[in-house]
Design a protein around this ligand. Structure first.
Ligand code: NAD
Length: 262
């Protein structure tokens, strides 16, 4: 299927690794020019080289820095001639017990996982509407549907974003102009982040990493971790010309882990 995206420009945030990179790879393969951002310059440049090799016909630009800061957001927007596609992403907040979290911890989480995507949406969607095409995909988490107690900062901040998107996506001045806003909710995916948590849990429990992964997969009917490439493929479809009637949705990709009917 031709996704009808050739020549478009995408800003893909936090995309040097993992799920963001999976989205950038899928978009580049479809002929989309991309601006990718991340905090570390070295890995970001390596990812840019990989993307250019994947499709030499597209432009790949990089912006280094923390997307949760206003200056970095301005730089990322300035690097993109026009944002047709916005993929919002940033690292998730740390786990813990809510009794230990300070106001500052909450502000950091809300800044990175709620206000940053909202600021970028605010900066881009009206231009998308004027041009008659726009796609916003927010990488959130399966924890929005089935909260994980130790991830309270994530549950809270991402739920705030989810509520905002549900309303904004339904503005007729966006939806009737072929601008869609959707959230993509990962379950457990094989990325650096999951590998790091697995290592930490294994060390803490005195178990092997394989044992920790097996325990995690016991509640995933697919009995495997998701891959960044399959996550990217769903992102690219949501961005495609064929998905203009899908907006305001929360698309769960979790190998069947969420047990509800709806
Ligand atoms: P990852 O650690 O593999 O990759 C994160 C990427 O984001 C890296 O490129 C890193 O440089 C970049 N990054 C992080 N914070 C940034 C910031 N503030 N500014 C700019 N770049 C930043 O992580 P991942 O597994 O791909 O996770 C992506 C998001 O999805 C996270 O918010 C995570 O909490 C969420 N998530 C992941 C999973 C999973 O199974 N992997 C499950 C649920 C939710």
């Amino acid at each position: 299927m031709d996704l009808g995206l050739r020549g478009r420009w995408a800003l893909v945030c936090a995309a040097s690794k993992g799920l963001g990179k999976g989205c950038a790879r899928a978009l580049v393969a479809e002929g989309v020019n991309v601006v990718i951002t991340a905090r570390g310059a070295e890995v970001l440049q390596a990812t840019a080289a990989e993307l250019r090799a994947l499709n030499p016909a597209v432009q790949v630009r990089t912006v280094v820095g923390d997307i949760a800061t206003p200056d970095n957001r301005a730089a990322a927007l300035a690097a993109c001639p026009q944002v047709d596609i916005l993929v919002n992403n940033a690292g998730g907040p740390p786990p813990g017990d809510f009794r230990d979290w300070t106001r500052d911890d909450w502000i950091k989480a809300v800044d990175a996982n709620m206000l940053t995507p909202i600021e970028l949406i605010k900066a881009t969607v009206d231009g998308m509407a004027e041009r008659g095409f726009g796609r916003v995909v927010n990488i959130t988490s399966g924890a929005v549907k089935a909260p994980i107690d130790v991830l309270g900062l994530s549950n809270g901040a991402r739920s705030g974003l989810t509520g905002f998107v549900a309303g904004a996506a339904r503005q007729a001045k966006l939806a009737s102009r072929n601008v869609t806003l959707n959230n993509l909710l990962p379950g457990v995916f094989d990325t650096d982040r999951i590998r790091a948590t697995t290592r930490a849990q294994a060390a803490k429990a005195g178990k092997s990493e394989d044992e920790i992964v097996a325990a995690r997969l016991a509640s995933v009917p697919a009995r495997r971790l998701g891959t960044a490439d399959e996550f990217g493929a769903m992102c690219a479809f949501l961005c495609s010309a064929h998905a203009s009637y899908i907006t305001g949705q929360n698309i769960l990709m979790d190998g069947g882990a969420y047990p509800g009917t709806f």
